[in-house]
Design a protein around this ligand. Structure first.
Ligand code: C6P
Length: 416
């Protein structure tokens, strides 16, 4: 083993082996080794996922739940096996509680539209936080405007944390729904979901967790978290895009009206009246994302084969290293310094627009995201138009952080 390989290894987590599982990491961009620090936007895919999807298309593809022939039965078995893998991965009680969607955005829209329509009356309150992604704001605005409900916002602290006191002040007798990110995609803040669930339930309301970033960075047990809805996207979890998951308690899904109508979600149809299929089909209208779901199952198999506790420790090491070293680059300021953080770090550089910064970093092979990260209200609170953001995944190394730091020094010379 080379010295570089040894430097990149923590005892329980073999990042060199993990990197070898992700073919794209071997490529260069602009003649430089790829340093991919934008996994919060979409993670790269291990070969196991790519191979599973190719094999499915090449040898086991047909529509699901319809055909009385071998291939359709095989595809159906694989699709439903993926649902069971998701169930086990998040410790849901039953596979009927796992609804496949095309992403977290659709999952949240489903809840806002269906559950929101069921429970919200004029004057009822929907509680969000100031750090939410647009996907956990706009669906609630749409249902607010239809029902006459009101949106209330829990403020954040200067370091990007959200205190329980602030929740306690905003959640009240009119609160029907609390909807919060598990992990902020901009600040990396991890929200105290179990405690928020307690406050929510004390008020007789339900808690939706936008788990897009949360599920990536720590093992999830939806029953232990105590929330009522948990939404996430496959593409951030090393799976394909066009697949997401809504988990909800069975009794809630049972009570909720369908979100979309069409094939698959019905039991009977006549021009007078239609009746609905059992869960989870009631919420899966039309031909579902068959191969993406199977690909997500492969991503879950892949992650389950790793020591996830060691993986979290590895990512936390990268975060701590980046948080210590980034401010040493002249003019660089960290945005998001809460105590409990996942491996996502926003920053700005004095005198350089984050977009220009990201463009210059790219010339060094370093991919970071720049912009408002679909969190414009948060940008307003922070008093910035945009940030640059480095997000770390299981395949990143301290050498990647070093490459970012070197590229930032170079960028200063180009931009300032
Ligand atoms: N964030 C980023 O931060 P979709 O597009 O449905 O897969 O995920 C939407 C979404 C919802 N909630 C959170 C907390 C998110 O981070 C995201 C996606 C990406 O780069 C794209 S804006």
């Amino acid at each position: 083993m080379t010295a570089i390989a040894r430097k990149n290894m923590t005892p329980a987590f073999d990042v060199v082996k993990v990197r070898a599982d992700f073919p794209i990491l071997a490529r260069q961009v602009h003649g430089k080794p790829l340093v991919f620090l934008d996994s919060a936007a979409s993670a790269q895919k291990p070969r196991a996922v790519l191979d599973t999807m190719t094999r499915t298309f090449e040898t086991e593809y047909a529509n699901v739940h319809r055909g009385a022939y071998y291939l359709s039965e095989k595809a159906t078995t694989n699709y439903e096996a993926a649902r069971e893998k998701v169930r086990a991965f998040i410790n849901a009680k039953s596979a009927a509680e796992i609804v496949f969607t095309k992403g977290a955005t659709e999952a949240i829209n489903l809840v806002a539209s269906s559950y929101g329509r069921l429970v919200l009356k004029p004057g009822d309150e929907i509680v969000l936080t100031a750090l939410e992604h647009h996907s956990n704001i706009v669906p609630w605005q749409l249902i607010r405007d239809l029902t006459g409900a009101v949106i209330k916002v829990v403020p954040i602290n200067a370091d990007g944390s959200v205190s329980l006191d602030a929740f306690a002040k905003v959640i009240g007798p009119r609160t029907k729904i609390v909807a919060v990110a598990h992990v902020s995609n901009v600040l990396g803040t991890v929200l105290p979901i179990e405690e928020i669930a307690e406050l929510t339930h004390k008020a007789g309301a339900k808690l939706l967790v936008d788990g897009c970033q949360g599920i990536v960075h720590e093992p999830i047990d939806v029953q232990a978290l105590g929330c009522d809805f948990y939404a996430f996207s496959g593409h951030k979890l090393y799976g394909p895009n066009a697949i997401g998951v809504l988990w909800a308690r069975n009794e809630l899904l049972d009570a909720m009206p369908p979100y979309q109508g069409g094939g698959e979600m019905i039991s009977t149809v006549s021009f007078e009246k239609s009746t609905w299929a059992d869960l989870p089909a009631k919420f899966e209208a039309g031909t579902p994302p068959i191969v993406p779901a199977i690909g997500l199952g492969a991503a879950i198999d892949y992650l389950s084969g790793l020591d996830r506790v060691a993986a979290v420790a590895h990512e936390q090491d990268l975060l701590a290293y980046a948080m210590a070293e980034l401010p040493k680059v002249p003019g660089v300021k960290l945005i998001g310094t809460a105590q409990h953080k996942a491996a996502v770090q926003s920053f700005i550089m004095d005198g350089a627009h984050p977009h220009d910064l990201a463009t210059v970093l790219d010339r060094s092979g370093v991919c970071v995201r720049a912009g408002h990260h679909c969190a414009q209200p948060l940008m307003d609170v922070l008093g910035v138009n945009a940030t640059a953001r480095a997000s770390f995944a299981i395949y990143n190394t301290r050498a990647d952080v070093d490459a970012l730091l070197a590229a930032l020094h170079k960028a200063r010379q180009v931009l300032l």
